[in-house]
Design a binder for this molecule. Structure first.
Ligand SMILES: NC(=O)c1ccc[n+]([C@@H]2O[C@H](COP(=O)([O-])OP(=O)(O)OC[C@H]3O[C@@H](n4cnc5c(N)ncnc54)[C@H](OP(=O)(O)O)[C@@H]3O)[C@@H](O)[C@H]2O)c1
Length: 289
């Protein structure tokens, strides 16, 4: 496992485990525990995934089993749009995430979307960071122009930006903006999120065969080799293990370029950030009363 150092000197693992759409609590707890047993130390949840409690439970189980200490884990959660109404609602959301997970602090907390009053929400995150409730703070789905304006405005700059990043959406320009502001890029849907059919791609098959690896391992490796943190999700133990086994091979410059050539640019198959209908949907989605 490799680590990246955030601007505040916190060390973040380059690979983690995502739990989006793992709604069944027991399945989530078991998958996270399988991931920690495998060696993952970063877990990525969100208030809107409604499984922060199951993640917290798995963390306590892992510590009780003696697999790792709390300090070795890196738990991420995210504030949902509903709570980005103002400073007070945001402050309550941070406390709610801590309470639901049963953790004294979170290693990273992200604004899930650049929606509603995200500047006021950020001020609440800055304060929680100063109080030690959040060890690092960042954003998600902040496209380059939004991230630039944000970094030029806020007191504490985001340490991480979690965005869609995989061979079919390489976002090279977005990575340049993040590098300019020392914001660490983190890939959601690093395996394509069940879209794009990477596992049927002949060129990826060929590169995987060269290294005696699977396509999943190759595309995860491609992202970490370009400095991007990956958080693949799976509820299958074999895949959880497979996805973690990416630290013993290196892709050549030519292989990296061939994989990048799959880029299709923005197609918005999963999340349509530029579509007003999607923004209205996020604004309307309630995760609590
Ligand atoms: N910030 C955001 O807005 C945002 C948005 C989306 C996701 N995320 C985060 O990013 C994480 C990852 O993204 P994601 O879950 O959308 O997509 P992903 O990790 O790219 O792909 C997950 C899908 O691939 C399958 N899979 C996993 N490993 C595989 C393998 N080795 N071979 C073949 N198929 C495999 C999984 O199925 P099985 O589970 O059945 O194995 C699942 O259907 C999420 O869990 C979440 O934490 C954040």
């Amino acid at each position: 496992m490799e680590f990246v150092t955030l601007t505040n000197k916190v060390k973040m693992p380059m690979e983690g485990f995502g739990v989006f759409q793992v709604r069944d609590k027991e399945e989530c707890r078991r998958s996270v525990l399988d991931a920690i047993r495998t060696g993952y130390r970063l877990i990525d949840t969100a208030a809107s995934y409604t499984n922060e409690d199951a993640v917290g439970e798995a963390v306590r189980d892992a510590i009780a089993e003696g697999i790792c200490t709390r300090e070795e884990l890196f738990i991420t959660s995210k504030m949902w749009v509903q709570d980005m109404e103002n400073y007070e609602t945001a402050k309550r959301a941070i406390d709610a995430s801590l309470e639901k997970s049963g953790l004294e602090y979170l290693d990273l907390y992200l604004l899930h979307q650049a929606m509603k009053d995200y500047f006021s929400a950020w001020r609440a995150m800055e304060d929680a960071y100063r109080e030690g409730k959040l060890k690092a703070i960042g954003v998600s789905n902040f496209y380059p122009h939004v991230l630039t304006n944000f970094c030029e405005t806020v007191k504490i700059r985001p340490m991480v930006n979690q965005v869609e990043l995989h061979p079919y959406y390489t976002q090279e320009k977005a990575l340049e903006t993040m590098a300019y502001y020392d914001v660490v890029p983190e890939a959601w849907a690093p395996l394509g999120g069940g879209r794009y059919k990477p596992f049927e791609n002949e060129m990826l098959k060929e590169i995987a065969a060269t290294h005696g690896k699977t396509i999943g391992q190759v595309i995860l490796r491609w992202n970490v080799q370009r400095g991007v943190v990956v958080i693949p999700k799976s509820t299958h133990k074999e895949r959880i293990e497979e996805n973690f086994d990416i630290w013993d091979f290196t892709l050549s410059k030519e292989e990296m370029e061939r994989i990048s050539s799959l880029d299709m640019g923005y197609v918005g198959t999963a999340v349509k950030h530029f579509d007003p209908e999607f923004v209205r949907m996020c604004n309307g989605r309630k995760i609590h009363d």
